[in-house]
Design a protein around this ligand. Structure first.
Ligand SMILES: NC(=O)c1ccc[n+]([C@@H]2O[C@H](COP(=O)([O-])OP(=O)(O)OC[C@H]3O[C@@H](n4cnc5c(N)ncnc54)[C@H](O)[C@@H]3O)[C@@H](O)[C@H]2O)c1
Length: 344
C-alpha cells in the first residue's frame, strides 16, 4: 500500500477556492457529510502510517490530552496536533460516555476543528464520530502490519460495537482474514455483529458465548469493551496463543496483568501519553514498553522478529491520528461539493 503524497495533494483549483473563503467562512461537515466524503479504510491506514513515520522522525507536535470528567469513567478530551509536512493542524474535542448506549446514544461523540496552519484560522468543523471509529481501526492495522504474522487469518473481537466493526474492517485490508470470533457481554450484539460483518466483509464471523473462545483460537485479538481504571481482567495467562498479536483498544481493561506480561513485545502509540494515563491511575501493572508505533514504522525499533512471539499494542488514540485523516476528508468534501459553508 502506498502512503499518501503529502505534498501538493490539494489541487490548485481547490486551493484558490479555499483562499477566497479563508477568514470569512468555514466548511461544516455533519456526521453524514463526513461519511459521504467516502474516504476508504486503505487510505486511512496509509495516512496513519505516514503520520507515524513523521512522528518517529520527531516532526510533529502533540501535547498530551487534557480533559474534563463530568461522569464516572467518562471523559471529554481536548486533542490538538500539528503535522507540518501535511500542512495539517487542528483539534478534536471528543467525549466518551460508557452509559450512553443505554440511552441509544453513541459511546463516542464530538467535533473536530481544522485550522489553516499559516494563519491559525479555522477552515472546517466536522463531526468526529466516524473519524474516531475509522482511525482507531486503522491504528490497529498499522501496528499489526509490524507486529502480527502476515499470514494471520483468524481474529477474535471482544466488544462488538463501533470499534469492533472498524477494527475488523481495517485488519481485513492488510491480512487474509477468513474467520472471526465475536464476543460481546450482550449476546444479541454479538449475533447482530456476526450477521452484519459476515455480509460486509466476506469473513466467516462466528458469535461465541465465552470470551476465552474469542482469544484462544485467534492469530489477532482486539479488545474493545469499556475503558475502566481498574481492569476487569477477564483474559487470563495462557489464552493468547504463541505467535498471536493483540490490540488493546480499551486499554488494559480486559487483561489480567499476568496475561499482559506474557507478551514478548508490548507497544503503544505514544509513550508520554501512556505515562500521562498512568499518572491518572490507569495502567498500574503493564509490561515495559518495547516501542511506539513511530519507532516501528521508521525501523528504529524492531517489530516482529520470530513467528512465535506474542506481541501487543495498546494504542491510546492520538490527536495525530485524527489530524492525519481530517484534511483528507476536508479535501474530498471540497472535491465533491459536500458540506455547509458557515460564516465565521
Ligand atoms: N484507544 C483508542 O484510540 C480508542 C478510540 C475510540 C474508542 N476507544 C474505546 O473503545 C471502546 C469501545 O468503543 P465503541 O465506540 O466501540 O463503543 P460501543 O458502545 O459501540 O461498543 C462497546 C461494546 O462493548 C460491549 N461490552 C461491554 N462490556 C463488555 C465486556 N466486558 N466484554 C465484551 N463486550 C463488552 C458492549 O455491549 C458494546 O457492544 C471504548 O472503551 C472506547 O473508549 C478507544
Amino acid at each position: 500500500m502506498s502512503e499518501p503524497d503529502w505534498e501538493g495533494h490539494i489541487s490548485s483549483q481547490i486551493n484558490s477556492h479555499m483562499n477566497s473563503r479563508l477568514g470569512k467562512e468555514l466548511l461544516y461537515l455533519s456526521r453524514a457529510d463526513v461519511a459521504a466524503a467516502g474516504l476508504g479504510m486503505a487510505e486511512i491506514i496509509a495516512a496513519l502510517e505516514g503520520m507515524f513515520r513523521e512522528k518517529g522522525e520527531g516532526r510533529v507536535e502533540m501535547p498530551p490530552k487534557i480533559g474534563i470528567h463530568t461522569m464516572p469513567d467518562a471523559f471529554i478530551h481536548a486533542m490538538p496536533a500539528s503535522i507540518p509536512v501535511r500542512k495539517a493542524a487542528g483539534m478534536k474535542w471528543v467525549g466518551g460516555y460508557p452509559e450512553n448506549s443505554m440511552r441509544g446514544l453513541p459511546y463516542v461523540t464530538g467535533l473536530l476543528i481544522l485550522n489553516d496552519p499559516e494563519t491559525g484560522i479555522p477552515v472546517a468543523l466536522m463531526d468526529c464520530t466516524w473519524i474516531t471509529a475509522q482511525r482507531t481501526g486503522a491504528a490497529t492495522a498499522v501496528a499489526a502490519k509490524y507486529l502480527a504474522r502476515s499470514e494471520s487469518d483468524a481474529v477474535g473481537i471482544l466488544g462488538c460495537g463501533v470499534q469492533g466493526r472498524s477494527n475488523l474492517e481495517a485488519l481485513k485490508v492488510l491480512f487474509p482474514l477468513k474467520k472471526a470470533y465475536a464476543y460481546d457481554k450482550h449476546a444479541d450484539r454479538a449475533l447482530r455483529y456476526a450477521e452484519e460483518m459476515s455480509g460486509q466483509t466476506g469473513i466467516d464471523v462466528v458469535p461465541v458465548s465465552d470470551p476465552k473462545q474469542a482469544v484462544v483460537a485467534s492469530d489477532m485479538v482486539v479488545t474493545a469493551g469499556p475503558i475502566l481504571r481498574t481492569p476487569h481482567a477477564t483474559i487470563q495467562p495462557g489464552w493468547l496463543r504463541e505467535g498471536a498479536f493483540a490490540s488493546l483498544v480499551d486499554f488494559d481493561s480486559y487483561w489480567h496483568p499476568a496475561a499482559l506480561h506474557e507478551a514478548d513485545k508490548f507497544c503503544t502509540d505514544d509513550v508520554p501519553q501512556l505515562h500521562h494515563y498512568r499518572d491518572l491511575g490507569y495502567f498500574q501493572n503493564i509490561p515495559a514498553i518495547h516501542a511506539d508505533l513511530g519507532e516501528l514504522v521508521t525501523g528504529r525499533k524492531a517489530g516482529r522478529e520470530t513467528p512465535e512471539e506474542r506481541t501487543i499494542t495498546c494504542n491510546l488514540g492520538l490527536a495525530l491520528d485524527d489530524i492525519a485523516v481530517a484534511p483528507l476528508i476536508y479535501e474530498r468534501a471540497l472535491e465533491k461539493g459536500i458540506g455547509t459553508w458557515l460564516p465565521l
